[in-house]
Design a protein around this ligand. Structure first.
Ligand code: PMP
Length: 305
């Protein structure tokens, strides 16, 4: 793994080796951190990295912090500036992943959210494909359930909540699947371990609503806008029954790490014709062009490093 040389840590940029926390750190013991996952894409013609929708990512990041009683002297713009300063120092010439994290930094025992110091850290690293079979993924329906808003809000990207994602992912992969879709407490489909889900039925693009224990994905929002505006499809947010994914025409997942992944089989049942469909295919092409800053119409989503 290519590790970064620099990290934003406790208020300044330090060498990677110096960015260390204690074993007694609150967030390390109790999962009291919130994080982001942002991608930067290398444009080989311009010889530059473009960060995709950082404002939206940092808005969600700060909102996750709000849910966890976190207070930091940064807004979206200053976080973008810190990120640019850091990445310029690294001088990556490839696609990267950027990981900002706010964590409860006090040392000692005592589970709570209040009267604790919050710290920010940001690092970046080279990043390739996240889901191997991204044009022909085989997923299962997880036996784990998605966390409910009244347990740990899925709407926040909260460190501790990713124990749920880790259980889902490992059991799916050990059973031979690429990923899993997770049901809510009421039995409706929520999302994957770290990606949102969409299905296409009779020409309509359908995805679970934000009240169905999902992370409000930036790639989800992007895919919805592109499906509407570029593919002229109607996009509907509504609960999805488990058996609908067995009979739909197309199924795909979206995420910053995962990008757009076509699901062609669910629990050994072929989705549609059993191969990547036209909606997922066209969205993948558009998405790739846009994130690499090769589509002027969407240049406002690309922040040049
Ligand atoms: N759901 C979960 C649980 C995730 O961790 C992610 C990845 N951040 C997503 C959905 C997709 O969100 P985004 O498109 O903003 O990366």
């Amino acid at each position: 793994m290519d590790l970064p040389k620099h990290v934003f840590f406790e208020g300044k940029i330090v060498p990677f080796e110096e960015a260390k926390v204690s074993v007694a750190t609150h967030a390390f013991n109790y999962g009291t951190g919130v994080f982001g996952g942002i991608r930067g894409y290398w444009n080989d013609e311009k010889k530059k990295i473009y960060i995709f929708r950082p404002y939206d990512h940092y808005r969600r990041f700060l909102n996750s912090g709000r849910m966890m009683n976190m207070h930091l002297p940064y807004d979206e713009e200053s976080l973008i500036q810190l990120t640019l300063d850091l990445i310029r120092l690294e001088n990556w010439q490839t696609n990267i992943y950027i990981r900002p994290l706010i964590y409860k930094a006090d040392l000692g025992i005592g589970v709570r959210l209040h009267d604790l110091r919050d710290e920010l850290t940001i690092f970046s690293m080279p990043f390739k494909q996240y889901v191997k079979n991204d044009t022909s993924a085989h997923v299962t329906v997880s036996s784990w359930r998605r966390l409910d808003d009244n347990m740990i809000p899925a709407r926040g990207k909260i460190s501790g909540a990713y124990a749920n994602s880790a259980l889902i992912k490992t059991d799916a992969q050990r059973a031979g699947f690429d990923e899993a879709l997770v049901l809510n407490q009421d039995g409706h489909i929520s999302e994957g371990s770290a990606m949102n889900v969409f299905m296409v039925r009779d020409g309509t693009v359908i995805t679970p609503p934000v009240t169905d224990n999902i992370l409000e994905g930036i790639t989800r929002k992007t895919a919805m806008e592109l499906a509407k505006n570029e593919l002229s499809l109607s996009v509907v947010e509504r609960p999805i029954d488990r058996t609908e994914i067995y009979i739909c025409d197309e199924l795909f997942m979206t995420g910053s790490a995962a990008e757009i992944v076509a699901i062609t089989k669910v629990d050994y049942r072929p989705v549609g014709k059993g191969e990547m469909g036209p909606v997922a295919g066209q969205l993948r092409e558009l998405f790739s062009e846009i994130v690499h800053a090769k589509n002027p119409k969407y240049a406002h989503w690309n922040v040049e490093v």
